[in-house]
Design a protein around this ligand. Structure first.
Ligand code: TA6
Length: 301
């Protein structure tokens, strides 16, 4: 085992949290406690699975996802930084930035009163500087208990301000996206990415998905709820440090067009993402920090 693997193994907590190493694949932290189960890949600091005891999985993961270095994972909570969507100045740059396809470093792994806290870090490198010429320090904290709490701290370690976008691109598992309205966005302005980025305003009604949906809601700090009668549960996405909420359903055609997504998987997921995107991009002074966090939880409906 490499010294890194030795270090990781030294962090393991028997019967609570340990590391799985797959040859040529990815290293992940596996958590199993009386409260919940979870899996977090070091690749992209990617929370791939979270399941509260006695409940179905909270997060969706495509059966067709890639699980390989350098490849985005389709499901769970992709970490988006430092740009959302494409990079205007470089169309060849990876969609949604480099954080989700880069290996992160484990800083700590702890278990207190059956709640597991994992901290991962990422700093600039020759690869990141290619497309984004800034020094930064990311610190991602994942807390696995009766709910799932994630927090992304962005530190500007350069000598000048920089501007970034970020998102917790959460894929939620639902019974049928056609009957799981999203509550909390009424009256909010949004960019409709399936209608030439036209700016519109959400009606007073909950958002019910009736086709491909790709909306960036702006200037909203509201908690969103996904009501899922099929699974008799309400999912809550409570956020801090986020001014945008993105809602995405690929629907049929986009599902068929994605190689890492099953053609028939689209009804079983919805993305409700806590973000800072478009008008809400963040400009951070040299030496300053910004934190984007979310508490993802569920209760009976
Ligand atoms: O968050 C919605 C979105 O920006 C959509 O436009 C769609 O591209 C989705 O993200 C998935 O992006 P990805 O790069 O993971 O395929």
């Amino acid at each position: 085992m490499s010294s890194n693997s030795d270090f990781l193994c030294s962090l393991e907590i028997p019967d609570c949290a340990w590391f799985e190493f797959t040859e040529g694949g990815l290293t992940s932290v596996v958590v199993k406690t009386p409260l919940a189960q979870a899996r977090v890949y070091l690749h992209g600091a990617h929370v791939a699975h979270y399941q509260k005891a006695g409940q179905p999985p909270l997060l969706f993961m495509s059966a067709a996802t890639h699980l390989a270095p350098g490849k985005a994972i389709r499901g769970g909570i992709p970490l988006i930084f430092p740009w959302f969507g494409g990079l205007p100045e470089n169309p060849q740059a990876p969609a949604h930035g480099f954080a989700r396809t880069t290996a992160w470093t484990v800083e700590s792994l702890k278990c207190e009163e059956e709640v597991v806290t994992l901290v991962l870090t990422l700093n600039e490198s020759a690869q990141t500087l290619e497309n984004w010429p800034h020094a930064f320090a990311l610190r991602y904290t994942v807390v696995i208990g009766w709910d799932l709490r994630v927090s992304l701290e962005v530190g500007n370690t350069s000598s000048a301000p920089f501007t970034f976008e970020n998102a917790l691109h959460s894929y939620f598992s639902v019974s049928d996206v056609r009957s799981t309205p999203v509550v909390g966005l009424d009256g909010i302005e949004y960019i409709d990415k399936v209608d030439a980025a036209t700016r519109k305003t959400q009606s007073a009604e909950p958002l019910l998905i009736t086709g491909e949906t790709d909306r960036v809601y702006l200037n909203t700090r509201a908690t969103c709820l996904v009501n899922d009668p099929g699974l008799s549960r309400q999912i809550s996405i409570a956020k801090e440090g986020s001014e945008s909420t993105v809602v995405w359903s690929p629907w049929m055609a986009k599902a068929k067009a994605m190689a890492d997504f099953g053609d028939e998987e689209w009804p079983t997921m919805i993305c409700v993402e806590s973000a800072n995107a478009a008008d809400n991009r963040v400009t951070l002074a040299a030496g300053a920090k910004h934190t984007l966090s979310a508490v993802l939880s569920e209760r009976p409906l």
